[in-house]
Design a protein around this ligand. Structure first.
Ligand code: NDP
Length: 451
């Protein structure tokens, strides 16, 4: 980076860190974007004068609220709810809700910031937001989850709406939670609108929304592979996580001809040297989505697989790594294992799963690397399609939604190539994704004046 540009980044980051002390995930996400877009800002001084990056790093609105609820024994619990509305420059706020004990303001702000650029990349008119709570759904009964969701929505409802802010799912928030949240929203507002996405199929949801992030991740990775004359055929794929994104990434990778070797949760990972099959995937869907069991149970059903408690899947050699669990789950030692294992591609299904030091190791190892804001945008893209279907009171078929998803992932890939191709012909997907997303949002902000 040129001297002036790097001084701009350091000066800007100094202010971000001073204004948001202790929010390490937020600093990490902002720095990654600032480093990518600084040269463009320096070349376009009107963006610097309008302080576009500074404005984007200050959410338009943050709502923090108390969420009281009672468990099945009548004991009172208090959780904290969040909604970070980062940017409405290109459309109403849009982004998921996360229920996980690790949730805090830094994590909410990093996710809302990332979502702003991701949503811009999808080409659909959606601003960026994120929300959630430090509530842990693990081990809770359906009735407890329902009471929590109802209490959460009893405050959140006044800040959202079909043309204002449209939440969706994320870690710990799937179809069950969206159902309870929507039910309470509808009851309070007396309106059946498309205010949440990820709804059930027979009450306004889009077919293919559960599949969208994982499938979209594989469509994006396939585009990257094709650029090198490769495909998924015969490749060994390691996946972390065993939730929504991981399950459908595994199914699609397998259907594209890959051998999917691993799945994980926060307790450990399973390694199946024979690879997943359609039948094994059905078992995983039942285990995780109906019985709400743990991934270690997989080895009781398929004893040729091994369970590694307390470990992550990256020590198993693979060709393709698809982290689909959580932020900062690939640290430098994991990245070294991935490189040593001979991998050629890492595409992020989770948001910011690779630490900045680990990204450096991955790139130095010659791997193709896609940041989540590009490669996992399929979920929010199909949420955008769900919003359109709700507004038009219509529903599209699975084939229609799948082909729109493929086109959107291909367009995002093309944007990364357009803005991320380096003089030597290689593609810097981080540079491409950040720059393409930033330009769209920045231009809209300039058009709309200082708001
Ligand atoms: P789920 O709740 O369905 O699954 C999350 C999975 O990740 C679970 O297996 C969970 O294990 C594991 N996990 C969560 N936290 C940790 C941790 N600290 N360490 C190890 N494993 C962990 O969530 P999703 O599949 O929806 O989301 C996964 C990732 O994908 C997140 O980063 C999310 O932001 C991102 N994403 C999701 C989208 C979507 O459409 N759902 C869209 C775009 C991105 P355990 O059960 O033990 O907690």
């Amino acid at each position: 980076m040129e001297d002036f540009t790097s001084r701009f980044v350091e000066g800007f980051m100094g202010e971000v860190i001073a204004r948001n002390p202790g929010e390490s995930e937020f600093h990490q996400a902002v720095r990654a974007v600032a480093e990518s877009v600084a040269p463009y800002i320096v070349e376009n001084p009107h963006l610097m004068d309008a302080k576009i990056l500074e404005r984007l790093a200050e959410p338009e609105r943050i709502i923090i609220f108390r969420v009281p609820w009672t468990d099945d024994r009548g004991e009172v619990h208090i959780n904290r709810g969040f909604r970070v509305q980062n940017s409405s420059a290109i459309g109403p706020y849009k982004g998921g809700l996360r229920f996980h004990p690790s949730v805090n303001l830094s994590i909410m702000k990093f996710l809302a910031f990332e979502q702003t650029f991701k949503n811009a990349l999808t080409t659909l008119p959606m601003g960026g937001a994120k929300g959630g709570s430090d509530f842990n759904p693990r081990g809770k009964s359906d009735a407890e989850v329902m009471r929590f969701c109802q209490s959460f929505m009893t405050e959140l409802y006044r800040h959202i709406g079909a043309d204002t802010d449209i939440p969706a799912g994320d870690i710990g928030v799937g179809g069950r939670e969206i159902g309870y949240l929507f039910g309470q929203y509808k009851r309070i507002k007396d309106q059946f609108t498309g205010t949440l996405t990820g709804k059930g199929l027979n009450w306004g949801g889009s077919i293919f929304r559960p599949e969208a992030t994982g499938y979209g991740l594989c469509y994006f990775a396939l585009k990257m592979l094709e650029g090198r004359g490769e495909s998924f055929e015969g490749k060994k794929v390691n996946i972390s996580g065993a939730g929504n994104v991981a399950q459908y990434a595994a199914q699609k990778a397998m259907r594209l001809g890959a051998k999917v070797q691993t799945l994980s949760d926060s307790d450990g990972f399973v390694f199946d040297p024979d690879g997943l099959t359609e039948e094994k995937m059905q078992y995983v869907f039942r285990l995780k989505n109906i019985r709400r069991g743990r991934i270690k149970e997989y080895v009781q059903e398929y004893p040729s697989a091994q369970y590694f408690p307390g470990e992550r899947p990256w020590k198993i050699p693979c060709d393709i790594a698809l982290p689909c669990a959580t932020q900062n789950e690939i640290e430098p030692a994991d990245a070294e294992n991935i490189v040593k294992g001979g991998a050629i591609l890492l595409a992020e299904g989770a948001n910011m799963p690779t630490t900045p030091e680990a990204v450096k190791i991955i790139l130095a190892g010659g791997l193709l690397y896609a940041p989540g804001k590009a490669s996992n945008a399929g979920g929010v893209a199909v949420s955008g399609l769900e919003m359109s279907q709700n507004s038009m009171r219509t529903s599209w078929t699975a084939d229609e939604v799948d082909s729109m998803l493929r086109r959107i992932m291909s367009d995002i890939h093309a944007s990364c190539v357009k803005y991320g191709t380096l003089p030597d012909g290689s593609i810097d997907y981080v540079l491409g994704a950040n720059t393409a997303g930033f330009i769209k949002v920045a231009d809209a902000m300039i058009d709309q004046g200082l708001v």
